[in-house]
Design a protein around this ligand. Structure first.
Ligand code: ADP
Ligand code: DP6
Ligand code: CO
Length: 325
């Protein structure tokens, strides 16, 4: 009744932005990500007779409130869906990634939680099934079950049975690097969940966003197949800008960007003008992720560190899917 799992975060190149069903976490559009090897979560789940309710410790701290409720609701869902136990669980998790700061802690966090929970209950399920269950914790987490390039199929069924992620290309097949440019590690004011809901409900730009997705997806998958870095990078950057544009059209309008976010974006464009092949993408937060190839690692790191407001640059390779410890 006890298991430990490790899961990495992922960075979306084609963003998941908007739900068609909020309780089942069904997305409006397919998304595509790269799993990262530097940022991860390890979670141990222990089901115990003597517990009257679930317990959640994150980074050795007892968690209450909204973060606790999300974990307890996820465990309730697993208990209900699998009928495997009625016992409560102790969840101990460590984030090797800043929490709720736009580094996708919800992705590694819920992927590790889902994997440890199902293993503790001795359920023999496929990775596809695990991805579908993980989706109920946090949408982006369903992609972190797999390594490398991963696509989340939005599915068409009302019950979400065909909404899960699949691997597009394993991590070892193409060495694309990502530099996480740390500007702020503080908690964002508007969570991803809240931000995408406001956008779907009110943004005049949202229909345009949705319309642009099929072409982006088709082209980026061609780019991945052909190892065409320029293609993959430029589509990712354009997709990111279009997602962030939707927040400006919301009511009330908002943005996840800080002043330093824009400086990094301009720094990346300046590097490109000097002939270096680099592209940026940004999730729901101010921090920027920069895509580049191994031969440019030194120059890219050096140039990013010179930009005012940059606290740190953390480089990552493409990471593996969920593992059990
Ligand atoms: P992020 O950019 O970090 O993914 P989100 O707003 O999407 O930001 O999600 C952050 C939330 O994810 C946290 O407030 C918490 O509820 C949940 N979370 C983060 N890490 C974990 C973890 N290790 N275990 C369970 N839940 C987690
Ligand atoms: C901008 O998966 O964090 O990072 O499903 O409500 O938990 P919930 O949201 P979450 O949203 C991620 C949004 C994004 C884009 C992406 O990762 O695809
Ligand atoms: Co998240």
């Amino acid at each position: 009744m006890k298991a430990t799992a490790k899961a990495h975060t992922n960075i979306a190149l084609i963003k998941y932005w908007g739900k068609r069903d909020e309780s089942l976490i069904l997305p409006m559009n397919n998304s595509l990500s790269l799993t990262l090897d530097v940022f991860y979560t390890t979670t141990t789940v222990t089901f115990r007779e003597e517990l009257f309710q679930d317990e959640f410790l994150l980074n050795e701290q007892v968690i209450r409130g909204e973060q606790y409720n999300r974990v307890a609701a996820f465990l309730d869902f697993i208990r209900r869906e699998t009928q495997a136990t009625s016992l409560h669980a102790e969840v101990r998790s460590t984030n090797h990634v800043p929490t709720a700061a736009g580094f996708a802690s919800s992705a590694s966090g819920f992927a590790a939680l889902a994997a440890a929970t199902t293993r503790a209950l001795d359920l023999s399920i496929s990775d596809q099934e695990l991805s579908r269950l993980t989706r109920l914790g946090s949408g982006s987490a369903c992609r972190s079950i797999f390594g490398g390039f991963v696509e989340w199929h939005k599915g068409t069924e009302k019950d979400g049975s065909d909404s899960y992620a699949v691997q597009v290309q394993p991590a070892e097949d193409w060495d694309v690097r990502v530099a996480a440019v740390v500007l702020s590690e503080t908690t964002k004011k508007i969570s991803s969940r809240e931000g995408m809901k406001r956008t779907v409900d009110t943004s005049v730009f949202y229909p345009g966003w949705l319309k642009s997705i099929p072409r982006d997806l088709e082209q980026i998958k061609d780019g991945i197949n052909q190892r065409d870095f320029e293609k993959v990078g430029s589509i990712s950057e354009a997709n990111c800008l279009r997602m962030h544009a939707t927040t400006l059209g919301a009511n009330p309008p908002f943005t996840y960007w800080h002043d330093a976010t824009l400086r990094v974006m301009q720094g990346v464009q300046a590097m490109r003008e000097r002939g270096i092949s680099v592209f940026f993408t940004i999730d729901a937060g101010p921090n920027v992720k920069v895509l580049y190839l191994p031969e440019d690692e030194t120059i890219v790191q050096e140039m990013l560190r010179q930009i005012p407001g940059v606290h740190d640059v953390i480089v990552s390779r493409s990471g593996q899917g969920v593992t059990y410890l």
